[in-house]
Ligand binder design. Structure first.
Ligand SMILES: Cc1ncc(COP(=O)(O)O)c(C=O)c1O
Length: 664
């Protein structure tokens, strides 16, 4: 394994002092234990310091003098003259705030003079300062030890280490899982190839709750608890919980925690289906807010701000508001005013950051939802960072958080046999983002820009920018685009999206993330490399050379508007219902479905937005829309349609059930 470099930036305006500091600290690094490759470099001005912090992803800590002067002739830095001829560059307080705004992961130490001690410490008390050193002491070895210890602390992976150590201890397993560390497979003439393919550690690290030193995900008091605490600090949360069944489960846990049956929930109708499932499970009364849509490209965007503000005004009794930010296509809300408006009415805010968990680690993506004031945030760590699939995190900053209720709901959804490698991958993903997230995201951003420019300059495709994607009604909503999600307009290629996906896969070995009828979406992550970008560009150029005439973009049919919800989704879903065919004998809309209440959620995919939720009235507009999709030659999945043999049906409440629910 390559040894890392951990740079400590020393900021001092007096060159001689700076030189002595660096010399003393470097000598300590040479002679003392230095597992993370600590090196020291120095600058004399705050401007240089901030530039270095923006530029150099290896900086892990700064040591800054409590007062930084520059010569009053404006040359900046250099040897300080008499106090009278010097100008304060920036207070330590301001510098610390600016560093934290750029990179909250950096450790900040202040060098103070003993005579100013109280003043400085008081001023910096609430800031993210990690410690103080007395300038006069010149205890470089002591300083180095502290800096080294702090970097080691951030780089710790308590759960992963424990798991690895346990595996290396090679204990005899008299417990589940049944493969017993892979022993059931290793010598089998039938399945030993599986052992070879996955590798021994997939199996011997697959342990169970029977190993107490690995802690319990359902009642963590040891290494899982520790790993979660370090993650909370890294992501800026009061509490963090590791979830091993994805954000799908994380969303359900939170909705069940916040909403008792009948309580209102303000939600994007276009929320992920796990949120809709959470509504059924919790018994919440959903108030659906319609997302905006860019019809040209078939991209659904955030909900207009004014719709959200109006919903908050109209439903001040709502328990919670849940939004997705950023969306699958990279559109992110201007969250602070939305969260402030919800909080003003006592409404909790939950943000689904399934696609945006990395945001804390580069200023281009911030503020994160937590930084904007959200109470609960769910993140699919696995989608955009280095965790195994299904590994997610729930972050909590709710000031009235109820740990007991949350725990009960969390445990209700958690397997009693969680995958320990998944937990380890969360621990490791957090470490990576803290130690090198900034550097990796900087590279990802550069690659995204490069790819966008190359595609636009050299191919028939077009990488869409915010102005292209943003639906008209959001123009003044402060929505931003996460540039690592690249949407390509494919109309210039003359191909259908299906043909293009197949060509990229079969001929160029490229698998893309998702598509609409007119676009392809590519996801750049911290794992994207320059050679992958080159291969993609090359493929797009070649496909473009074979392009036929430009194709007219097929227009997305309008989604039907929401019809009234006449009972709790939960009540409708748990009713037996009856199956009614959507089409009659002459293959026309079966009028018997009209004005009935759906028991299921009906979701055409794409675009993946429910046109019916349990409890909602089936009106003509919705029914005709579904019939149109059933007849369409386009490939559309219709989730929630029940089949009676080959006959597509809707499960609707029976008359008796409706009457019973109405009475309730
Ligand atoms: C917005 C959103 N939320 C939640 C999820 C579910 O996440 P997971 O796959 O981690 O269960 C997804 C998955 O695609 C999603 O797009």
């Amino acid at each position: 394994m390559r040894k890392p470099v951990s740079r400590v930036l020393v900021i001092n305006d007096e060159r001689l002092v700076l030189r002595e500091l660096i010399k003393g600290l470097s000598a300590a690094a040479r002679t003392l234990d230095n597992p993370f490759g600590i090196v020291f470099s120095g600058v004399t001005t705050t401007r240089e310091a901030l530039a270095a912090i923006e530029e150099d992803g290896d900086i892990q800590a700064v040591v800054v003098d409590d007062k930084l002067y520059s010569a009053s002739n404006g040359n900046g830095g250099g040897t300080a003259g008499k106090a009278g001829s010097r100008k304060l560059q920036m207070s330590a307080l301001e510098l610390v705030q600016r560093i934290t705004r750029l990179r909250p992961q950096i450790d900040v130490y202040i060098l103070i003079a003993q005579e100013h001690e109280d003043e400085v410490v008081d001023a910096l008390f609430t800031e993210a300062v990690d410690g103080y050193f007395y300038r006069e002491e010149r205890d470089y070895r002591g300083m180095y030890r502290i800096l080294n210890a702090q970097i080691q602390e951030k780089a710790r992976t308590p759960f992963y280490d424990q798991l690895k150590n346990y595996v290396l201890m090679a204990k005899d397993a008299w417990h589940s899982p049944g493969h017993s560390g892979g022993d059931s497979l290793r010598d089998s003439p039938w399945v030993s190839d599986v052992h070879e393919f996955f590798g021994e550690h997939i199996f011997d690290a697959d342990l169970s709750v029977s190993v107490p030193t690995l802690d319990s995900l359902m009642q963590p008091t040891g290494v899982i608890e520790e790993a979660q605490k370090i993650a909370a600090k890294a992501f800026g949360a009061k509490r963090t919980f590791f979830a091993t069944n994805g954000t799908s489960t994380a969303n359900k846990v939170i909705l069940q925690t916040l909403n008792a049956p009948g309580e209102k929930l303000l939600m994007d109708r276009n929320c992920h289906k796990s949120v809709h499932h959470g509504v059924v499970l919790s018994g919440a009364w959903p108030i659906y807010l319609d997302s905006s849509v860019n019809k040209k490209y078939g991209i659904y965007g955030p909900i207009p701000k004014k719709t959200i503000f109006k919903a908050i005004e109209d439903h001040p009794d709502a328990e919670a508001l849940i939004l997705t930010s950023c969306t699958y296509d990279g559109l992110r809300y201007d969250l602070p005013p939305i969260i402030a408006a919800a909080h003003a009415k006592g409404i909790k805010v939950v943000i689904d950051e399934a696609w945006y968990g990395f945001a804390r680690f580069h200023p281009a993506f911030r503020p994160t939802a937590l930084e904007a004031g959200a109470d609960y945030v769910t993140q699919s760590t696995h989608k955009v960072m280095s965790a195994f699939s299904q590994a997610s995190m729930i972050h909590v900053n709710d000031p009235t958080f109820s740990p007991h209720i949350f725990r009960e709901n969390f445990n209700m959804h958690t397997s009693t046999s969680p995958q320990y490698s998944m937990i380890a991958s969360l621990d490791v993903a957090r470490k990576q983002m803290v130690m090198e997230g900034f550097k990796l995201l900087k590279r990802t951003l550069a690659l995204s820009q490069e790819l966008r420019q190359q595609v636009n300059a050299g191919t028939v495709f077009r990488a869409l920018e915010l102005e292209d994607i943003l639906p008209e009604e959001l123009k003044n909503d402060g929505v931003q685009l996460d540039p690592t999600k690249v949407t390509l307009d494919i109309s210039g290629s003359g191909m259908t999206v299906e043909q293009l996906i197949e060509t990229l896969f079969e001929r160029f070995n490229i698998q893309i993330e998702k598509s609409t009828t007119n676009t392809l979406s590519l996801l750049l992550t911290i794992g994207t490399t320059r050679s992958k970008v080159s291969r993609l560009y090359d493929a797009l150029v070649r496909v473009g050379r074979e392009a036929k005439t430009t194709r007219r973009l097929p227009k997305l049919p309008d989604l039907p508007r929401m019809s009234p919800l006449r009972c709790l989704p939960r009540d409708a879903f748990y009713s037996t219902g009856e199956l009614l065919p959507l089409l009659d004998e002459s293959d026309r809309l079966n009028k018997r479905v009209l004005d009935r209440l759906s028991c299921d959620q009906i979701v055409p995919y794409p675009p993946g937005i429910p046109v019916l939720v349990p409890g909602q009235t089936v009106n003509e507009e919705i029914a005709e829309y579904l019939v149109g999709l059933l007849r369409s030659t386009r490939r559309v999945e219709l989730h929630g349609i029940a089949y009676d043999g080959y006959v597509p049906c809707l499960r609707v409440l029976s008359g008796v059930e409706e009457k019973r629910l109405r009475k309730r």
